[in-house]
Design a protein around this ligand. Structure first.
Ligand code: NAP
Length: 259
C-alpha cells in the first residue's frame, strides 16, 4: 500500500523523488525503491523523523515498534498520515503528542489510480494540512472525508471490497466456462462487463436498479438469471459479508487500543 501511494504522489508531481525518504528493513526492497523511484532510502525509521509529512504504512501490529524507532520528531508541525487499519486517531495522537494526524483508509486500486480513500482528520490538523491530505490521496483516486466513527464501515466496504469484487468476477468467469466459453474469453468478457457496467452507472448517474431494469426484458435471459440470483440470496450474502467485515474491523480496532 505504501508503494502504491508513494507512486501516486510522485506521479502526481506532489514531491520530487529526492525529497522523499523511504525507510524499509530489507536491503533488496530499499534497492528496489531507489532504482524504481529515485527516492532516498534508509534502514532506520528515525532518518525519516524530520520529514514535514510522515506516511506510516506498516502493518498495525508493527505500529508500536515503528513509533519507538522514530523517537522524538524534530519538526513541530510534522503531519502524520497513517493508513494503518484499526489504529485510531486517539491512538495516533497519544503516540505523537502535539502533532497533527490524518487517518486514511485507501484501497488497492490505488495501484492504478482508481482508489477510493476515506480520510478522517485529527483535531490538530489545520485547513492547509487538510487540503494537502486530500491532494495527496487524490493522486491515487477518489477521496471522501468521513467521521472517524465511519472508518470501520469504510474498511468493510471499500478496504475489503476489492476481494469481494474479485470473487464475483471469478464466479462470473466460471459461469462462462460452465456455459462453454474458453477461459480467456470468459475472463475478458467478465472483466469488461463489470468495468463497463460500473462506468455506465457512474457516467450516467444511473441507480443500479435502473441499469438492471434496462437490461431485463420480459421473459428474457437476464430475468431468468436474476430469478436464480435472488433465489440464491446473493444480495443478502453481500450485505452480510460487509457487516461481518465491519464487525471484524471493530474488534481488531479494539485490540490495537492502548491499554
Ligand atoms: N492492502 C490493503 O488493501 C490495505 C488497504 C488499506 C490500508 N492498508 C493498511 O496499509 C498498511 C500496510 O498494509 P500492506 O498490505 O501494504 O502490508 P505490507 O505489504 O506487509 O507492507 C508493510 C511494509 O512495511 C515493511 N516494514 C515492516 N517492518 C517495518 C519497519 N519496522 N519499518 C519500516 N517498514 C517496515 C514491511 O516489510 P517486510 O515485508 O519485510 O515485513 C512491508 O514492506 C497496513 O497497516 C494496512 O492496514 C492496507
Amino acid at each position: 500500500m505504501g508503494e502504491a501511494l508513494m507512486a501516486g504522489f510522485l506521479r502526481g508531481g506532489l514531491y520530487q523523488p529526492q525529497a522523499v525518504c523511504v525507510s524499509h528493513p530489507q536491503p533488496a526492497r530499499r534497492q528496489y525503491w531507489a532504482e524504481t523511484y529515485g527516492v532516498r532510502v534508509t534502514p532506520e525509521n528515525r532518518d525519516a523523523a524530520d520529514s514535514s509529512v510522515l506516511l506510516l504504512a506498516v502493518k498495525p501490529q508493527q505500529f508500536s515498534s515503528v513509533r519507538d524507532a522514530l523517537g522524538e520528531l524534530p519538526g513541530k508541525d510534522t503531519l502524520l498520515v497513517s493508513v494503518l487499519a484499526g489504529v485510531t486517531l486517539a491512538t495516533l495522537e497519544a503516540a505523537f503528542p502535539g502533532r497533527p494526524v490524518i487517518r486514511a483508509m485507501p484501497n488497492t486500486p490505488a495501484r492504478v489510480g482508481e482508489a477510493c480513500t476515506a480520510l478522517a482528520f485529527g483535531h490538530r490538523v489545520g485547513s492547509d494540512q487538510r487540503a494537502w491530505g486530500e491532494r495527496l490521496f487524490a493522486t491515487v483516486g477518489q477521496v471522501a472525508v468521513v467521521a472517524e466513527t465511519q472508518m470501520d464501515a469504510v474498511t468493510a466496504l471499500a478496504g475489503s471490497g476489492p476481494a469481494y469484487v474479485a470473487v464475483v468476477v471469478e464466479a462470473l468467469i466460471d459461469g462462462g466456462v460452465a456455459a462453454g466459453l474458453p477461459r480467456p474469453l470468459a475472463t475478458q468478457l467478465a472483466l469488461q462487463t463489470v468495468l463497463g457496467s460500473v462506468k455506465l452507472m457512474q457516467t450516467e448517474t444511473l441507480h443500479p436498479a435502473q441499469l438492471k431494469d434496462q437490461v431485463t426484458s420480459p421473459a428474457g435471459t437476464t430475468m431468468a438469471g436474476l430469478a436464480h440470483l435472488e433465489q440464491a440470496g446473493v444480495r443478502g450474502a453481500l450485505i452480510q459479508t460487509v457487516l461481518a467485515a465491519y464487525q471484524r474491523s471493530q474488534s481488531l480496532g479494539q485490540a490495537t487500543q492502548p491499554r
